[in-house]
Design a protein around this ligand. Structure first.
Ligand code: HBI
Ligand code: FE
Length: 289
């Protein structure tokens, strides 16, 4: 995790909370064009795959193909909806700094955009992933609550040395979550939404497991950072996600100190597995453990 000093040479004006000035006038026309190309490509791929909650947020915010958004203007619009703002950061920030921002309804977003040769994939969170992928959901009142609770939970988890478990929750919901409602199976996870290939794969491929969300199950499941996910966890609504997680995690963290840790591709007899093409559940019978 980078320190303030690591960022200081490139960003002498970096503040103690790791925010910087966005200075949107400095984006080049090539950078705005790259943003536009990314948006145009995702717009078509998101049709029928991204969740309605995501589309609703996108429609209500100044995030569009005209270019990289000005965070102040974006924050004004978002604040009116859910009292969140977007603050520019130079890249990954330390966990405690990240949690402190979320707990106070500030979303730290990378201000920079990927290089053209990183069009399909970039490891660090850039402005396209953070703003096009994450910010629309912050316009949803329940998801907005969830993110604030996650920030507060993160600060607490650090005291319990349970960050790995909490990070799995973030990974399998905020970054790679699926939601299933009347329209069918849809994506809400920003890691998927900012990846054209994984957007298609997560909804259409017969390869990954799609397991109904269960908090302890998720916290026991490792994840892959170098490839598409082998398992996705599905909620029926953000209300379900919020009510399943809005609790004191201390007893859960104690339980997690012992017992199984699952590999990313594991399916358990106790899992509720979502099958493709219909809205029904099917209980898988093969136990892998
Ligand atoms: N910093 N800018 C940024 N974006 C993230 O998503 C992020 C971070 N720092 C820490 C972090 N994520 C995760 O390690 C925590 O959610 C666990
Ligand atoms: Fe992200």
């Amino acid at each position: 995790m980078p320190s303030l000093d690591d960022y200081r040479h490139a960003h002498p004006d970096i503040r103690a909370d790791f925010t910087i000035a966005q200075r949107p006038e400095r984006y080049t026309s090539q950078e705005h064009t790259l943003w536009r190309r990314l948006c145009v490509r995702m717009r078509d791929i998101h049709k029928g795959r991204a969740s309605q909650e995501y589309f609703d947020g996108l429609a209500r915010l100044p995030i569009d193909e005209t270019g990289i958004p000005d965070f102040e203007r974006l924050s004004d619009a978002l604040y009116k909806l859910t009292k969140w703002i977007v603050v520019p950061v130079p890249g990954l920030v330390p966990d405690d700094v990240f949690f402190e921002h979320l707990a106070n309804r500030r979303f730290p977003a990378g201000y920079f955009i990927r290089r053209p040769e990183q069009f399909d994939y970039i490891e660090e969170p850039d402005v396209f992933h953070d703003v096009y992928g994450h910010v629309p959901l912050l316009a949803h009142p329940v998801f907005a609550e969830y993110m604030e609770a996650y920030g507060k939970g993160g600060l607490r988890a650090m005291g319990f040395h349970s960050l790995d478990h909490l990070a799995r929750l973030y990974w399998y919901t905020v970054e790679f979550g699926l939601i299933r409602n009347d329209a069918g199976l849809r994506v809400y996870g920003s890691g998927i939404l900012s990846s054209p290939a994984e957007t298609v794969y997560s909804i259409e491929s017969s390869s990954p497991n799609r397991i109904h969300f269960d908090l302890e199950r998720v916290m026991r499941t490792k994840y892959r950072i170098d490839d598409f996910q082998e398992s996705y966890f599905v909620v029926d609504s953000f209300d379900e996600l919020f009510s399943a997680t809005y609790q004191d995690f201390a007893p859960l963290y104690r339980r997690l100190e012992t017992g199984a840790t699952y590999e990313p591709g594991t399916v358990l007899a106790s899992d509720t597995v979502h099958t493709q093409g219909d809205h029904h559940y099917k209980a898988h019978s093969h136990q892998v453990a």
